[in-house]
Ligand binder design. Structure first.
Ligand SMILES: *[C@@H]1O[C@H](CO)[C@@H](O)[C@H](O)[C@H]1NC(C)=O
Ligand SMILES: *[C@@H]1O[C@H](CO)[C@@H](O)[C@H](O)[C@H]1NC(C)=O
Ligand SMILES: *[C@@H]1O[C@H](CO)[C@@H](O)[C@H](O)[C@H]1NC(C)=O
Ligand SMILES: *[C@@H]1O[C@H](CO)[C@@H](O)[C@H](O)[C@H]1NC(C)=O
Ligand SMILES: *[C@@H]1O[C@H](CO)[C@@H](O)[C@H](O)[C@H]1NC(C)=O
Ligand SMILES: *[C@@H]1O[C@H](CO)[C@@H](O)[C@H](O)[C@H]1NC(C)=O
Length: 405
């Protein structure tokens, strides 16, 4: 064999060897890799009687037994009063929402905005306006819908929530935040907690009070029963909303005070340092002692709370009356009541529960699968392919352009 034939044979042999090594490297130790789920977003406006808040939520697109693991991304407080205050200037209600919508557009990635479901739920204030003049309520809703419609989101409507809906969505929020519906286990996955007992929720607002719990027996009155399927588990709840329309001027003033956030039920008990599971006896004596103090002494002790000070005694007594005479809590069952404003750093309200229930309707996205390679093996395979190509090309070049002597 002459020199050229030897070189050619060597180059072809090298091409074969490198190709073979590349093949081996690319099939050993290949792993199936599941891509992390994409994130879905949703928005809920809580249109309360005194103000409106926009909550932005997110959840991983692969859900757990059909329901999303929802977390709060942002809460944006709309400047100005609640939308029901715009009865005589409906366009103003729409305009007031825009700064928060602008903020949301900065948070939600542009390519996902069009598929972001957006809802507006109104409570007591709009309920009242609708009773007084339903035309005005409709005009406010129309303007709000128009304003939201100017943004590239999937607006799914504005509605007045019933007291029962408000109560049952709050029940979902509380139980979700306290991890009785779903819990991240030591096995590093989401599971239905076997031994956790679901809690009942008492929602004590100024205009109404809601009670929601899982009774464990069949509920006969359809008007007070509500069904949810969350994370693959069925929940049949009893829920009832009592309207607190005060008959006397004094009670009206008291309820109006409770209605502003500042002197709500939680704040009253928080101010009196009664939110850490004190016994009913201690609660009673603290409230009695507080109510007996004279005004000058109170103002001197709590100068920074002067504005609300005159409400704390009456609201505390109202809370005790409602819980003991209304809901029939006793010395014995008192210890099961927890006063909470937040759980897991998230405000307890109806919006989280509302979003959670709605994720059931939003289609699950299948997770992406790819083949994964260790970087060193991958680099080796690529190098061998390059070498094989080079050897092959050189062989081809030799064959075509170098004449044999
Ligand atoms: C309700 O509001 C509309 C529009 O502002 C007004 O024309 C109408 O008279 C009001 N109706 C009542 C009963 O006040
Ligand atoms: C989903 O359903 C299965 C079977 O009912 C259950 O074992 C699992 O805990 C559920 N997952 C969640 C997150 O609740
Ligand atoms: C449920 O509510 C409807 C409408 O408010 C009422 O007509 C009906 O009597 C209620 N049912 C019961 C069992 O109370
Ligand atoms: C839960 O509810 C669904 C209907 O949403 C029903 O098909 C299913 O049988 C129920 N499961 C249990 C265990 O009751
Ligand atoms: C609550 O506790 C704080 C701190 O211990 C104390 O300064 C305040 O006076 C207490 N409030 C009442 C109403 O007793
Ligand atoms: C919860 O979501 C389902 C859709 O998954 C919906 O049909 C149902 O009406 C919602 N529940 C309430 C109380 O709104």
């Amino acid at each position: 064999m002459d020199y050229k034939a030897k070189v050619l044979a060597g180059l072809l042999a090298a091409t074969c060897v490198f190709s073979f090594i590349a093949l081996i490297l690319s099939i050993v130790n290949v792993k199936d890799v599941i891509l992390p789920p994409s994130t879905k977003y949703g928005m809920v406006f809580d249109a309360g009687s005194t103000h409106t808040t926009l909550y932005i939520y997110q959840w991983p697109a692969d859900k757990e037994n059909g329901t999303g693991i929802v977390s709060q991304v942002e809460a944006c407080t709309v400047a100005g009063p609640g939308i029901s205050s715009y009865a005589d200037d409906p366009a103003g209600a729409g305009a007031s929402l825009k700064p928060c919508l602008d903020k949301a557009m900065e948070i939600i990635p542009a390519e996902q905005q069009r598929e972001t479901p957006t809802y507006l739920g109104a409570t007591a204030g709009m309920r009242l306006l609708r009773e007084q003049n339903s035309t005005k309520a409709q005009q406010v809703f129309a303007e709000v819908a128009k304003a939201i419609g100017e943004y590239p989101v999937e607006f799914r409507g504005a509605q007045v929530l019933t007291g029962n809906e408000e109560g049952s969505f709050s029940w979902i929020s509380v139980n979700y935040l306290l991890e009785t519906l779903v819990k991240y286990s030591f096995a590093e996955k989401w599971e239905h907690p076997q031994d956790a007992e679901v809690l009942g929720a008492l929602d004590l607002g100024g205009a109404s009070t809601q009670i929601t719990f899982q009774p464990g027996v069949a509920i006969e009155d359809e008007n007070t029963s509500v069904f949810f399927r969350l994370y693959g588990t069925n929940y049949s709840l009893y829920t009832h909303s009592y309207l607190c329309y005060g008959q006397t001027q004094a009670l009206k003033r008291l309820l109006a005070a409770l209605h502003q956030a500042f002197a709500g039920f939680y704040y009253t008990f928080h101010f009196l340092n009664l939110t850490s599971q004190q016994s009913l006896k201690d609660v009673n004596s603290t409230v009695q002692a507080f109510c007996k103090k004279d005004w000058a002494e109170l103002v001197e002790t709590f100068p920074q709370d002067k504005e609300y000070l005159h409400n704390y005694c009456s609201t505390a007594i109202y809370i005790l009356t409602l819980l003991l005479d209304g809901y029939k809590f006793s010395e014995h069952t008192w210890s099961s009541i927890h006063f909470r404003q937040q759980a897991a750093n998230t405000d307890i309200g109806w919006t989280l529960g509302f979003m959670l229930n709605l994720t059931n309707m939003i289609p699950t996205e299948a997770l992406g699968h790819v083949k994964g390679h260790q970087p060193s093996l991958w680099a080796g395979a690529v190098s061998c392919i390059v070498l094989a190509i080079v050897a092959g090309l050189v062989a081809g070049f030799l064959q075509c352009f170098c004449k044999t002597k």
